[in-house]
Design a protein around this ligand. Structure first.
Ligand code: ADE
Length: 258
C-alpha cells in the first residue's frame, strides 16, 4: 500500500517512519510512504504556502495552488493508480478503527496536512473527504496523518509479523481489550489472575472475553449501547452485571463514561 503525504513540514515525519514497525514495513515493501514538501510546488520566489484570510481574522490560510500542483504531480507519477485523497482537518469525519479498516482496503492514499488556521476551502474540494483524529485542535495535520498511516499500515497483511494478530485487540470487534499480564506471577504483592496460570485454554478464553465485556461496560458503555451481542457474550455480560451492579463506574480515575 502506498501513502503520499503533502505537508509544509516534511521533517516531522522522519521519526515515526524510521523506527519500529513502520520502518520494517517499508523495508519489507509492505508499505511505501513518500512525503512531499508543499514548498516545492509554490510559484513565487519566497515559496509562499499561506496567506491571510479574506474577510480578516487571525492566522493564515494555506494556499490552494501549491496543494493542487502537488496533487497533480503525485497523481501524474502514477497515472494508472486510483488514489483516495484525504485532508486532515479538525472538521472532518471522526477517524476510528472502522475507518482504518476501510482505508486499509485502498491501494493508495494521499494525505493532505492542513496547517495554520486551515486550508483554502477550494483546495478541500480536491479531496475525497476530510478526516479528524478527535475532538481537539492540533497545530497541524501532520500528527493526524501519522496516526492514520500507523493505524492503516498495521492492518496490512504481514506488517505485524506472523504471531501478532489484530483480531483480538481493542475495537476490533467493538469492545475494549481484556487486561494483560506477564512475569512475575506476583509483582509487589499483586498476583496475576489465577486462571491465566491454569493452562486451561477454554477457561482463559472465557475469562478474557468476560473481562473485555466488563472493561467496556465500565469504561465505555457507549460502545455497548443498543448493540445485540451473541448469546455467549450476553451470558458473560449478565454475569458481569450481577457482579458489578447495574451502573457503570469508571475504574480508572478520569476515565468516566462519556
Ligand atoms: N488538524 C488540527 N487538529 C486536527 C485533528 N484533531 N484531526 C485532524 N486534523 C487536525
Amino acid at each position: 500500500m502506498r501513502f503520499d503525504v503533502l505537508t509544509v513540514f516534511p521533517g516531522m515525519f522522519s521519526g515515526p517512519l524510521t523506527e519500529s514497525i513502520l520502518k520494517r514495513a517499508q523495508e519489507n515493501g509492505l508499505i511505501e510512504v513518500a512525503v512531499h514538501d508543499l514548498r516545492e510546488f509554490t510559484a513565487d520566489r519566497h515559496r509562499t504556502t499561506d496567506d491571510s484570510p479574506f474577510g480578516g481574522g487571525a492566522g493564515m490560510v494555506m494556499l490552494a495552488e501549491p496543494i493542487a500542483r502537488a496533487l497533480e504531480a503525485v497523481r501524474r507519477a502514477r497515472p494508472h493508480g486510483r488514489p483516495r485523497i484525504i485532508a486532515l482537518t479538525p472538521a472532518g469525519r471522526c477517524f476510528k478503527q472502522e475507518v482504518a479498516r476501510e482505508l486499509a482496503r485502498e491501494e493508495w492514499l494521499i494525505l493532505i496536512c492542513g496547517h495554520y488556521e486551515g486550508i483554502d476551502e477550494r483546495a478541500l474540494t480536491l479531496a475525497d473527504e476530510e478526516l479528524s483524529i478527535g475532538d481537539y485542535v492540533l497545530t497541524g495535520g501532520e500528527l493526524p496523518a501519522m496516526v492514520v498511516i500507523d493505524a492503516v499500515a498495521r492492518l496490512q497483511p504481514g506488517v505485524l509479523g506472523g504471531a501478532a494478530s489484530t483480531a483480538e485487540e481493542s475495537f476490533d470487534d467493538g469492545l475494549l481489550e481484556y487486561p494483560h499480564y506477564t512475569r512475575p506471577a506476583v509483582w509487589r504483592g499483586l498476583p496475576v489472575p489465577e486462571v491465566l496460570l491454569s493452562g486451561n485454554h477454554a477457561a482463559i478464553r472465557r475469562w478474557r472475553r468476560k473481562e473485555a465485556l466488563r472493561r467496556t461496560w465500565r469504561r465505555r458503555p457507549d460502545l455497548l449501547a443498543g448493540r445485540r451481542l451473541p448469546p455467549e457474550d450476553e451470558q458473560l455480560l449478565q454475569e458481569v452485571l450481577a457482579e458489578e451492579g447495574e451502573a457503570p463506574e469508571p475504574s480508572v480515575p478520569g476515565d468516566a463514561p462519556l
